[in-house]
Design a protein around this ligand. Structure first.
Ligand code: FAD
Length: 389
């Protein structure tokens, strides 16, 4: 009998209703996504066919209160992100961009009227969102200066520049664009609706990770946005950072899911694959790999669960999310590597799924702050000394 990868039963921290939702997500992912995802992954296409089912789960904007959102705990939100990634990290990323980064920007930085205007439709996934912060020449250094500019002309803002890597942007109904106000040099957020003249997207080609996610290069050429589309409570990069603090915790959970998916496929394989006349799971060295993987997953999940409790108590700081993102992604990368090793040659065949987790782990490792950036955030917090430059 194979042990559950939730080895310390963290799921029991959820009440019955939340556990039931988590199980619905699991069942949907296993039945509707796993059988088709390799087809889309190899073709670098997003599986729009799963959107009705995803909508039905009601998981967009899970932790927000009001505006048609369920107001659930950060713990359930994190576990759902983990559960999505456990079957497929591309779908988890799609959901993290829409529900986390895009809805989160509006939830944390929007005025009451703006939240009423956009969040209910986004919670129903009638409108999909994207989040444009990174630029071709500015990634880790976004806090020190964006090249994309915002210039005010009366009640209108004019945006110029480029954004790179923007997930969902080529089909999103609205994209949150972060730009530097040329008057006060501060970063501000703007909701740009699809079809706005001067806003163009081009999907990045030939990615080796998260191939089902559509990441776009956005060009903003004199894009005119009404003042009523400027996020009214985003006045400096500190406000952008508040969004990232929340979503980085979600990425740590996704790392746990990615590792867990690879581990579970590896465990099943170890019990079924025979060599030297016995299941390879009966070899000590194979068990060593499995136990290392389980240890990584258990430690990472426990860390994320405690972080979720700190979030719920209003005690989570930047460095808490950063430590979890850095630690869990390192452990994920090691875990998926062990899983691939355990499958031998089959570890690089997509049909065995583990190869997809290995590739996707590389993107999760770098997005929403690289290991180095998150390490510098924690390093500054524990020493009081900034080592960024
Ligand atoms: C699949 C994917 C999806 C993404 N989705 C989005 C999205 O939807 N929206 C969005 O805005 N962005 C998105 N990103 C962008 C992502 O957040 C950036 O890739 C990430 O922040 C790193 O920036 P960069 O790639 O420009 O690397 P760089 O900043 O160029 O870094 C290159 C290397 O230098 C290191 N480095 C940089 N500065 C320092 C320093 N001071 N000290 C030590 N090391 C340093 C980095 O850690 C890294 O190893 C996505 C990226 C990927 C890969």
């Amino acid at each position: 009998m194979a042990a559950d990868a939730d080895f310390y039963a963290l799921e029991l921290l959820l009440d019955d209703e939340d556990q039931a939702l988590l199980h619905r997500v699991r069942s949907f992912m296993e039945k509707e996504v796993e059988p088709i995802i390799n087809h889309y992954w190899t073709r670098a296409k997003f599986p729009h066919e799963i959107l009705p089912g995803l909508r039905g789960l009601g998981i967009a904007g899970l932790p927000y209160s009001g505006y048609g959102c369920p107001g659930k705990s950060p713990l359930l939100d994190g576990m759902v992100a983990m559960e999505l990634a456990r079957t497929d990290p591309s779908i988890a990323t799609f959901s993290g961009v829409h529900g986390g980064l895009a809805m989160g920007s509006i939830y944390l930085c929007g005025s009451e009227e703006q939240k009423q205007r956009w969040l209910p439709a986004m919670a129903r996934m009638d409108k999909l969102g994207a989040f444009g912060l990174t630029e071709p020449d500015v990634g880790s250094g976004v806090s020190r200066g964006l090249a994309t500019t915002a210039r005010r002309e009366g009640d209108t803002w004019v945006l110029d520049g480029q954004k790179k890597w923007i997930g969902n942007a080529s089909f999103a109904d609205l994209t949150v664009i972060w730009a530097r106000d040329v008057d006060d040099d501060q970063v501000k957020g703007f909701v740009v609706e699809a079809g706005t003249p001067g806003f163009a997207t081009e999907d990045l080609k030939d990615k080796i990770a998260l191939r089902a996610v559509q990441n776009a290069l956005i060009t903003l050429d004199g894009v005119r946005v009404a003042e009523s589309n400027r996020l009214q409570h985003a006045t400096s990069f500190k406000d952008t950072a508040a969004v990232l603090r929340m979503t980085r915790a979600g990425v740590a959970w996704m790392a746990v899911g990615c590792a867990r998916g690879a581990y579970e496929h590896a465990l099943a394989y170890a019990l079924q694959r025979q060599q030297f006349g016995r299941p390879i799971g009966g070899f000590q060295l194979v068990q060593d790999l499995l136990v290392r993987m389980l240890g990584n997953i258990t430690a990472s999940a426990a860390m994320c669960a405690r972080l979720a409790q700190l979030q719920a108590a209003g005690l989570a700081r930047d460095e808490h999310s950063s430590l979890a993102k850095a630690f869990c992604t390192v452990r994920m990368r090691e875990t998926v590597g062990h899983a691939r090793e355990l499958l031998g040659g089959n570890g690089i065949l997509l049909e065995h799924h583990v190869g997809r987790f290995v590739a996707d782990a590389e993107a999760i490792y770098s997005y929403e702050g690289t290991r180095e950036m998150n390490t510098l955030i924690v390093g500054r917090a524990i020493t009081g000394l900034s080592a960024f430059v």
